[in-house]
Design a protein around this ligand. Structure first.
Ligand SMILES: C[S@@+](CC[C@H](N)C(=O)[O-])C[C@H]1O[C@@H](n2cnc3c(N)ncnc32)[C@H](O)[C@@H]1O
Length: 350
């Protein structure tokens, strides 16, 4: 099924259509600032190599850029494929009916077997297995839309959207926590379908930032922020969504069977440690030195603003410009985690 929606000129209206995924470090609240900065920078091509929820890639697409999105995890790439790469395909009512009501095509039960009693209800887990038995027959944009809908539904049904604890200890009363996953899935399909629009061609590529393509006019860098305490590990929080993106590598993923949650193993990134993040940032700035760099970073993370400014000045040869926005966000994974008020920096180095 196809659609012919056209983006409004500056994209700020269109970006409201992007489905909301609760994701550590996502920039939904900073979109107005980023939109103004991007408009000032201009250019035709943009790279977003830490795309996460995908909302900034979507803003860039809506502003007319040819965007390349990337992330070292699989599910962010599926989200960018569904809403940015995809220009005109929708998931039809027939597709949704098959996925929700068609039954289990091949008897697969990896999710039910592995996560029974740990996450969601038995009926929800059976739905995920059965849904994947249909999704495996889809290709291209329809497949991305269907997986993106499963990912969003699972994130919305999980308390706080993170998979660090089992059960409903953090039930905050949201009705989404108690809605059957299959119903949630239908709403999420509507949400992704509504986000589809036609603009310049875009790409989504899974991989480490050190391998991301160079040469874009604008490179938006939103790496994990390294907090002085706590950790910034994405797999630890979102491994279930990562598993859903490829059906746990078709059931062959290395599940950590001795852990309470049966999570997936941590994936190394130099942005995950205070000891290695400065060097990782410097290498990233050097890799994209020919582009205008727009860097997001937080005031309560390391390295501090002075050091970042020094690095960018060394690479680009001129003093970067800094925009500061007050921002309240969660960093912790446990009940002791506080909602901290911090400053978000948007640093432009051209
Ligand atoms: C702060 S989040 C990006 C948030 C995103 N801009 C948004 O608005 O949702 C950082 C992202 O970097 C990804 N990441 C971590 N290390 C990476 C690496 N070495 N290469 C590419 N992506 C990486 C994580 O998976 C995470 O999605």
């Amino acid at each position: 099924m196809t659609t012919q929606l056209v983006s409004p000129p500056d994209g700020r209206e269109r970006v409201r259509a992007y489905p909301h995924l609760r994701y550590m470090g996502s920039k939904y609240k900073l979109l107005p600032t980023l939109a103004s900065v991007f408009a000032e920078v201009g250019g035709v091509t943009a790279l977003d190599p830490f795309s996460g929820s995908g909302v900034v890639s979507y803003l860039l697409k809506a502003m007319g850029y040819e965007v390349t999105s990337g992330d070292y995890m699989a599910f962010p790439v599926v989200l960018a494929s569904a809403a940015c790469v995809n220009q005109d395909q929708l998931l039809s009512n027939d597709d949704v009916c098959q996925i929700v009501e068609g039954g289990n095509q091949d008897g697969r039960d990896f999710i039910e077997r592995t996560y029974d009693g740990l996450f969601f209800t038995p009926a929800d887990l059976r739905f995920l297995d059965a849904a994947w038995s249909w999704i495996d027959q889809l290709e291209g944009a329809q497949r991305s839309l269907a997986i993106a809908s499963l990912v969003l539904a699972a994130a919305r049904k999980q308390p706080r959207g993170v998979f660090t604890v089992t059960g409903m200890r953090y039930d905050d009363g949201r009705s989404q926590l108690h809605m059957p996953l299959s119903e949630q899935f239908k709403l999420c399909v509507d949400a992704w379908n509504s986000a589809v629009f036609q603009a310049s061609p875009c790409q989504a590529v899974r991989g480490d930032v050190s391998q991301a393509p160079t040469g874009a006019d604008l490179v938006y860098l939103d790496p994990p922020y390294a907090p002085p305490r706590d950790d910034n590990d994405y797999i630890k929080r979102y491994w279930f969504l990562e598993g859903l993106a490829d059906y746990w590598d078709n059931g062959a993923a290395e599940v950590m069977t001795t852990t309470v949650t049966k999570k997936l193993p941590k994936r190394q990134t130099p942005f995950g440690s205070r000891k290695t993040i400065s060097q990782a940032l410097m290498s990233t700035f050097e890799r994209f030195e020919d582009s205008t760099l727009v860097l997001s970073y937080g005031s309560n993370a390391v390295p501090a603003l002075d050091e970042l400014m020094g690095m960018l000045r060394d690479v680009k040869g001129s003093r970067p410009e800094v925009f500061t926005v007050n921002h309240r966000y969660n960093f912790g994974t446990h009940s002791a985690a506080t909602r901290r008020l911090a400053e978000e920096y948007v640093i432009v180095a051209s």
